[in-house]
Design a protein around this ligand. Structure first.
Ligand code: GMT
Length: 378
């Protein structure tokens, strides 16, 4: 099929998921058109079935806020018409679902054809930003106008019905991971560089927003470090990074914490890590945790949102109430001090991640797309 994917091109989970989905669909012979303002970060390399259409937003002295949503809708109209797209798949409701609705109406007026729009809800578009009164009416409207709606976890589906007046069914299609890509042997020399004295390696990766509770990451690591030799890898960047760097200095951990910034080769880093910390206030799913599990890394997280759907307490890691730094620290320390248990948990993490392997999830999206097949042969 010919599918238009609208997403954020940045390191956020929704953009990563949308890009990986597009790449996997292209591998299976679909023609994929990414429509966004910048080349998606995980869209590297050439593929005959993948096209990228950049949304340009012309500025004008009158505009304090250049109207991205209009430029996006217009670009979508162009791409739908020029490439005869079968459907649009919008990832993250704001502003993608409403821009897709606008594009659909324009194409309908021009050609009489109603191009199906599928909206995938990812998290903060529902639980944080979308609920704000300034956006809520548009978000509710555009979700209800979508031809199909999916959520990346059962928790997000429930949250969406709780906070919005949704009159259609929301299907859960969990996020996925390419286990083959993440299940890498640790490179001994690399581990040696990071942890020369065989210290345990703890890792956190996110966009360092408040919701990720970077302060708790630092506190948990301090407690671990007090109990055993350990190193912390901080991957990503964002508003809370200065706080994390301050806390590193305050706790006197400068030589054991490395800030690596944004990284594309997460699999190399995860392969050498023992524990992934994710003490977030909320995660609709926690794609970063799933990628860690696929690399056989144990997850110490909160039980917020959909995290409990992937990180199984006492099996693949531990989940604790938001803010319970003491419990998260204790769980991590106990695990890191017991090699046999750590090894078993690592194996369990990989086994659980395999349930969310890309090969199980892509067919679910294809099945959904086929509902909107125009010719009967797709
Ligand atoms: O977590 C973020 O800050 C990024 C955000 C996004 O929209 O890119 O991630 C959300 O979508 C991911 C992919 O579906 C989920 O794995 C994340 O849990 C979700 N984040 C939140 O719910 C806070």
């Amino acid at each position: 099929m010919k599918i238009g994917i609208v997403c954020y091109p940045t390191f956020g989970g929704s953009g990563v998921l949308a890009t990986e989905l597009g790449k996997a669909l292209a591998e299976k012979g679909h023609e994929i058109h990414f429509i966004t303002y910048q080349q998606p970060v995980r869209l590297n390399g050439f593929h005959t079935n993948i096209f990228y259409h950049e949304v340009r937003v012309p500025t004008y002295p009158l505009f304090d806020y250049p109207p991205y949503e209009l430029a996006l809708a217009s670009t979508m109209v162009d791409v739908i018409l020029n490439h005869d797209l079968d459907l649009i798949h919008a990832h993250y409701a704001i502003p993608h679902a409403s821009a897709a609705y606008t594009a659909k109406q324009i194409v309908k007026q021009k050609t009489g054809r109603s191009v199906p729009v599928i909206t995938t809800l990812h998290g903060t578009d529902i639980t944080l930003v979308g609920r704000d009164k300034t956006y809520e009416p548009v978000v509710t409207f555009s979700i209800n106008e979508s031809d199909a709606i999916t959520a990346v976890s059962e928790n997000l589906r429930v949250e969406t019905f709780k906070h919005f007046d949704i009159i259609k069914e929301i299907e859960v299609i969990h996020n996925f991971v390419d286990v083959h890509r993440f299940n890498k042997e640790a490179v001994a020399a690399f581990r040696q560089v990071i942890a020369p004295n065989n210290e345990k390696i703890i890792i956190h990766a996110s966009n360092f927003r408040k919701i990720k509770r970077i302060d708790h990451v630092m506190e948990i690591f301090k407690n671990i470090h007090d109990a055993l030799p350990a190193k912390l890898l901080m991957v990503g960047d964002g508003p809370e990074r200065p706080l994390a760097e301050d806390l590193t200095r305050q706790y006197g951990l400068e030589s054991d914490v490395r800030f690596l910034g944004k990284q594309e080769q997460m699999e190399e880093l995860l392969a050498v890590s023992d524990v992934f910390l994710l003490p977030s206030e909320y995660e609709s799913f926690g794609l970063a945790a799933l990628e860690a599990m696929a690399a056989s890394t144990v997850v110490i997280s909160t039980d917020a949102g959909g995290l409990g759907e992937i990180n199984i307490h006492g099996v693949t890691g531990y989940t604790s109430p938001v803010g319970d730094v003491a419990k998260m620290s204790k769980n991590a320390i106990e695990l890191l001090q017991d090699e046999t248990k750590l090894k078993a948990f690592k194996q369990n993490a990989l086994k659980e991640a395999k349930l969310f392997d890309i090969h199980h999830i892509i067919p679910k999206y294809e099945k959904l797309y086929r509902r909107f097949c125009r010719t009967g042969d797709c």
